[in-house]
Design a protein around this ligand. Structure first.
Ligand code: B12
Ligand code: SF4
Ligand code: SF4
Length: 309
């Protein structure tokens, strides 16, 4: 079975996993919780509170889950200020993927299922890395991120339930990348020491220390967080940037449209002018609507100031 496609110039790989495996997937998470490895921090819990490995209530006939890994590369953007150009990284998870959920659903229907009459429904309430690793699509890196052969870690994961019966039983151990065995580059480069040391028998990062948890939301930074830890407009790239398993994909950078002097000044002055804000949101590919922006201008202002300092 062909398990790789190109859509809108993006490489896509997939695997399927039977819904019969859902209780075992939930048991993985329950065990992580029981072992005390799932942080209770108020800032973290809302990300996963609604997650549950189960068949959706409105789709009881679902038989399989299709797990897609879609190429999603790092982006860079120039902010112009006082005659200077500041080239800043916007990690892959923050700028919009070059394919919509509808296009991905269509790919599942037409290229993967290939038979008419089956339902395909996107799901947002499951732990995606675990699904990808258990289905055999990817493996965990020491940095706790999922790697897929040929895509490295610069990818986004999507899942769709379907009532089509693939008649396969994919189920793999929780595997770590072979490259990680004698490597500690991500742990050495993590600016907040969130990644377990090579000698630790641990595979889950200390999410409370992960810079991303703190800088992708508006709010106060914890006192221990040094301002020089910040390296990207939102999130952090340090544990993927120098990873040997990313050598082939790290150079595939998307250059976004420059943010002009006028736009940079508007951000830094803390003003919100609708037309400039919209233009910034579109250039960064992070929002089209300033009222419902997940990463609004005040968040960009706070993070940009830290980087320019
Ligand atoms: C919550 C969340 C966060 C939190 C917590 C991160 C974390 N490590 O869990 C914060 C805000 C910190 C975060 C940060 C980032 N995130 Co995030 N995040 C999520 C989210 C919503 C849920 C993740 C989750 O379920 N965590 C709970 C933990 C317990 O799950 P787990 O990591 O799979 O844990 C398993 C392993 O540890 C394993 N395990 C146990 N024992 C053993 C033994 C061995 C040998 C092995 C190998 C494994 C193993 O068991 C655990 C489960 O039982 C997903 C989207 C989704 N719906 O899944 C995106 C997601 C994981 N994030 C993503 C990204 C890109 C990032 C960032 C890179 C963004 C950035 N550039 O800054 C960083 C990376 C930080 C890092 N090093 O992990 C992508 C990852 C893509 C990929 N290639 O894996 C996802 C899938 C979103 C997407 N759109 O595709 N994220
Ligand atoms: S930097 Fe090294 S240890 Fe970390 S994920 Fe990459 S290969 Fe594994
Ligand atoms: S995203 Fe940054 S802070 Fe979080 S684990 Fe990776 S290197 Fe550390």
């Amino acid at each position: 079975m062909k398990e790789e496609f190109i859509l809108n110039n993006l490489r896509i790989k997939y695997k399927v996993i039977s819904v019969k495996r859902l209780p075992e997937l939930q048991a993985d998470i329950d065990k992580t919780e029981q072992d005390g490895n799932l942080s209770n921090l108020k800032l973290f819990r809302p990300y996963i509170n609604d997650f549950k490995f189960r068949v959706p209530e409105n789709f009881p006939e679902a038989k399989y889950i299709v797990v897609l890994a879609i190429e999603h590369n790092l982006a860079k953007v120039n902010f112009h200020l006082n005659g200077q150009k500041h080239n800043i990284i916007l990690p892959h998870d923050y700028h919009r993927l070059g394919a919509s959920v509808e296009e991905l659903a269509e790919l599942v229907e037409k290229e993967i299922i290939k038979e008419a009459g089956f339902k395909v429904e996107h799901n947002r309430t499951m732990h995606l890395k675990l699904l990808a690793v258990r289905s055999g699509l990817g493996r965990y890196g020491r940095n706790n991120i999922c790697y897929v052969d040929g895509l490295g870690s610069f990818l986004s994961l999507y899942t769709f339930f379907t009532d089509y019966d693939f008649q396969v039983d994919n189920w793999y151990d929780l595997r770590m990348l072979e490259d990680c065995e004698d490597c500690s580059i991500c742990s050495d480069n993590c600016p907040t020491q969130a990644i377990p040391n090579i000698d630790d028998d641990e595979f889950i990062i200390d999410v409370e220390r992960c810079l991303t948890l703190h800088n992708e939301k508006l709010g106060e930074f914890p006192e221990w967080l040094r301002s020089d830890a910040h390296n990207s407009l939102i999130g952090c790239t340090r544990c993927q940037q120098y990873c040997p398993a990313n050598t082939k994909v790290i150079e595939k950078i998307i250059q976004l449209e420059d943010i002009t002097e006028e736009e940079t000044k508007m951000i830094l002055d803390g003003r919100i002018e609708e037309h400039l804000s919209l233009s910034i949101g579109r250039k960064l590919r992070i929002f089209d609507d300033i009222k419902n922006a997940e990463y609004p201008i005040p968040l960009i202002k706070r993070n940009l100031e830290l980087l320019l300092d």
